[in-house]
Write a protein of this length. Structure first.
Length: 224
């Protein structure tokens, strides 16, 4: 296996997690684990904190420490939050990455969706349309996020999922979820979403991909 042929420069605790892959399994007490790894309890605590920040383990007062299934999102989210604290212009750079990623995976992702998924996409379109018809208008951000993530949810690729989920967290962090703009702008956005969903349901994935590309261009066109 590739893992056996490579030497990874990671901590003793991460090596332990990688070699004990029982999903959601509990871990030994820190003193026992530190002795097994040949490090101090203080060093183990430091390594454990890194693993927790990466979303690899969960630590609870009564139940102790247990490993979690692998996800890429916590690592991306932490790094992206730091980048935005340095310069909020990094959001645009990350948006470009997300846009290219969604376009590249569109056909594959759309082709894996189930009939139930397609029904949920239609429901999200209906809910967003209802919000736009309210007086005052409601920004359908929850539907926006759920729709995009649902489309890519069947890829079974933790790296794609992590980047896309981190994007929406950053989208909210910079306040774009509160952006209303004009009613015409919102209707235009959701017109593209409706075209995307209709194309998915009809099996015309390339038409949906074109609607996606036109839709994500709107972000750059919106007023500051």
């Amino acid at each position: 296996m590739l893992r056996e042929r490579l030497s990874f420069d990671i901590s003793e605790f991460l090596h332990y997690l990688a070699s004990h892959q029982e999903a959601n399994g509990g871990l030994p007490p820190l003193s026992d684990l530190a002795a097994e790894l040949g490090i101090s309890v203080a060093a183990l605590r430091e390594q454990l904190e890194v693993a927790r920040a990466l979303g690899l383990v969960e630590v609870r007062p009564r139940t102790g420490t247990r490993r979690l299934s692998y996800t890429f999102m916590p690592a991306v989210r932490q790094s992206l939050r730091y980048a935005l604290a340095l310069n909020d212009g990094y959001f645009q750079k990350f948006s470009e990455l997300r846009n290219h990623l969604e376009a590249a995976y569109w056909n594959e992702a759309a082709g894996k969706l189930t009939a139930e998924d397609k029904g949920e996409l239609k429901t999200l379109i209906a809910r967003a349309t209802e919000k736009l018809r309210n007086n005052p208008v409601q920004v359908p951000h929850e539907e926006h996020r759920k729709l995009h993530l649902l489309i890519y949810s069947r890829l079974n690729n933790p790296f794609v999922a992590g980047i896309l989920e981190a994007y929406w967290d950053a989208y909210e962090a910079v306040g774009l979820n509160m952006y209303a703009g004009s009613i015409d702008y919102l209707h235009e956005v959701w017109g593209y979403h409706a075209r995307m969903v209709e194309s998915i349901c009809n099996g015309n994935y390339e038409a949906g991909r074109q609607a996606l590309i036109e839709h994500i261009d709107l972000l750059a066109q919106r007023p500051s």
